[in-house]
Design a protein around this ligand. Structure first.
Ligand code: KG4
Ligand code: ZN
Length: 338
């Protein structure tokens, strides 16, 4: 069973082929970052147009370099949401059209389900049930994963997502867009001298709030000399506050559910300090932790191909010929499977 995965929810065109026995066969990613950075953020219309330009040539290249023919592909998975409407439509319409032409099924995948299954592409995979911390540019979710498709939301961000907070703080520090990884690099040259809050950790519950950290960053910067060292120290303090906050909540979620497996995925899970803090906590708690490899923390086609394989060929999920694109779509609203 070969499944072609297509990801076009935001500013990355990702394609991949997953095989049920051989695992991930190949994958390609085209990032639009250079195009959007000129504008300081993603311009949705430019994103859609670029997906149109890049997607079909990328699929052609993937098949050619993998030595597979159209007739070898048994199913297609595409990201149907959440994301930018125009960008999603490019992937959805392309996937549906190819599936129609090739006479194979296609399935709509929830982008965050893709992220949460990304660690399944590694050698050491988590067994369900587990807790998933999903930290991306658009979402911060703590989920009790009971089985594929059976997700219980334990907590979420009430305002900015973790990645969004990283990007906004990075902008204040003049790091440009996208800022998460750049802020992380700057933080390495600083010390967390400034005392940042750990939002919502002093009260019960598993929700997050990151917009206060953004304001705190701005005020701290205003009151500093704005030297390069000050900026590095602020970046370090910001990152430490996010890492601490995520760690406190994950520890709480493990305690509350009695589970011993933690999965951490989404773009911000590429952050080394956050990976280290969570790894240290799970080892103290005698729990196990699982991350995707760095390139599959951020958006990619591989996670969508894997989720598609699960949905198409292990759960007998049937879908009609509709082209599905849902910019807003709750992870817990996707169809539960037995
Ligand atoms: O999962 P993702 O690629 O796209 C969404 O689904 O949103 O996540 C992108 C987010 C951006 O906010 C980016 O700044 C952040 O992940 N990010 C990082 C790092 N690498 C990417 N944040 C902190 N540290 C990093 N190393
Ligand atoms: Zn994502």
């Amino acid at each position: 069973m070969y499944v072609l995965g297509i990801e076009t929810s935001c500013d990355e065109t990702g394609v991949a082929i997953y095989h049920d026995q051989k695992g991930l066969i190949n994958h390609f990613l085209y990032s639009q970052v250079d195009m959007h950075s000129e504008y300081g953020g993603v311009v949705p219309e430019l994103a859609s147009r670029d997906h149109i330009r890049k997607l079909v040539p990328l699929i052609k290249k993937l098949l050619q370099e993998t030595n597979l023919k159209n007739s070898n592909i048994n199913g297609i998975a595409y990201t149907a949401g959440p994301g930018l409407m125009g960008a999603l439509l490019v992937g959805a319409a392309t996937a549906r059209s190819l599936a129609w032409a090739w006479q194979i099924p296609a399935v709509a995948i929830h982008h965050m389900e893709g992220h949460l299954l990304a660690p399944m592409l590694e050698k050491n995979t988590p067994t369900m049930p587990f807790i998933a911390l999903l930290i991306s540019g658009g979402h911060t979710l703590l989920v009790h994963v009971k089985a594929i498709g059976n997700y219980q939301l334990l907590g979420e961000s009430l305002d900015d997502a973790a990645g969004e907070a990283f990007d906004k703080a990075a902008k204040m520090l003049d790091l440009g867009y996208p800022g998460g990884a750049r802020l992380a690099a700057l933080a390495e040259q600083g010390e967390p001298k400034y005392k940042f809050p750990r939002p919502m950790t002093d009260r019960p519950g598993l929700n997050f709030s990151f917009s206060g950290l953004k304001t705190f960053t701005l005020n701290t910067l205003k009151n500093s000399d704005k030297s390069q060292q000050d900026k590095a120290d602020i970046a370090a303090a910001f990152q430490t506050a996010v890492a601490d906050t995520l760690t406190i909540k994950c520890k709480r979620a493990l305690k509350q559910t009695g589970l011993k497996n933690l999965v951490v995925a989404g773009g911000v899970s590429a952050n080394q300090q956050i990976r280290n803090a969570l790894t240290e906590m799970t080892s103290k708690e005698h729990a196990n932790i699982y991350f995707p490899r760095l390139e599959f923390c951020t958006d990619n086609g591989a996670m969508i191909a894997y989720a598609g394989y699960q949905r198409l060929f292990t759960g007998h999920q049937q879908q009609d010929l509709a082209i599905i694109a849902q910019p807003r779509w709750l992870l817990t609203a996707i169809e539960n499977r037995p």
